[in-house]
Design a binder for this molecule. Structure first.
Ligand SMILES: [Zn+2]
Length: 272
């Protein structure tokens, strides 16, 4: 995985014969009380290494575009205007900045049903963001989200219960816990594996070193914790990389073991 170029809202990487583009949709501010210990209690104390903005954790919100030059896949879509604070919805601008024609995207893969990941399928004016969209991949446990403002794409939803190949280089891997349908997308090239996750880690400055720390909004905290442990174990192997919806933009990194936990090394300078 080699960092190629970046702008205000995107960063591009060469990944073997694939190109991977990180797209910044914006950010979310959340109170640190959302972080939970193994007993489900809010953390008594936050390490100094965890930065706060106005008393809140600031989570980047990223989506990822992958292409082999012919076939392409968009993983997650940002929040559009479907969030109480207008701090997201920049993915359309990010796609423009990266030179990606959203009118040509045929496949969107959703990590899970929450609005900061799925709502970008529909623009603020109610129109579809991706005019040639043919398939929306999502874990079956989250597939009931396509009602209301998302109803226009409901007929194109591909819901899966088990691991499924999307194309020659992308596989959907169910990782339930945060939500019943939470999914990681495994992207393979001659350069290795890129695992794209949604809400596996919310606070990278804390949860790599202390992966047992969970998030209040994890629907099943012990299942989410186990899923995170399994993914981190896998990511510490050679030729594995992570792309995270809430890792600091652009959010693509290497993971190594470090003491009792893990460390991450971003592959590009920060954006946003
Ligand atoms: Zn999220």
């Amino acid at each position: 995985m080699r960092f190629a170029s970046s702008g205000r809202l995107h960063a591009a990487f060469d990944f073997g014969d694939l190109r991977v583009v990180s797209l910044r949709d914006g950010y979310i501010d959340m109170p640190p009380s959302r972080l939970r210990d193994v007993h489900g209690c809010a953390l008594a104390e936050l390490p100094h290494a965890v930065p706060l903005v106005g008393g809140n954790l600031r989570l980047s919100v990223n989506a990822f575009f992958i292409t082999d030059g012919t076939r392409s896949l968009l993983v997650d879509t940002g929040a559009s205007d479907n969030w109480h604070d207008p701090t997201m919805g920049l993915i359309y601008e990010a796609l423009d900045e990266a030179g990606i024609d959203r009118g040509q995207i045929t496949d969107a893969a959703i990590t899970h049903e929450h609005p900061d990941h799925v709502s970008g399928l529909i623009m603020p004016d109610g129109s579809e963001a991706f005019g040639k969209l043919e398939r929306v991949w999502i874990g079956a446990g989250d597939a009931e989200v396509f009602t209301g403002r998302l109803a226009p794409v409901a007929g194109r939803v591909v819901a899966f219960q088990e691991e499924v190949a999307i194309n020659d280089w992308a596989t959907a891997v169910p990782t339930p816990g945060h939500t019943p349908g939470h999914t990681v997308y495994d992207i393979r090239s001659s350069a290795g594996h890129l695992l794209i996750w949604g809400d596996t880690v919310h606070v990278p400055t804390l949860q790599f070193g202390r992966p047992e720390v969970s998030w209040e909004l994890d629907g099943d905290q012990s299942q989410a914790r186990a899923a995170r442990a399994g993914l981190l174990d896998r990511l510490a192997r050679p030729d594995h990389f992570v792309a995270g919806a809430h890792l600091d933009s652009p959010g693509i990194a290497r993971v190594t073991t470090s003491g009792e936990g893990y460390a991450l090394k971003y592959l590009a300078p920060p954006i946003g």
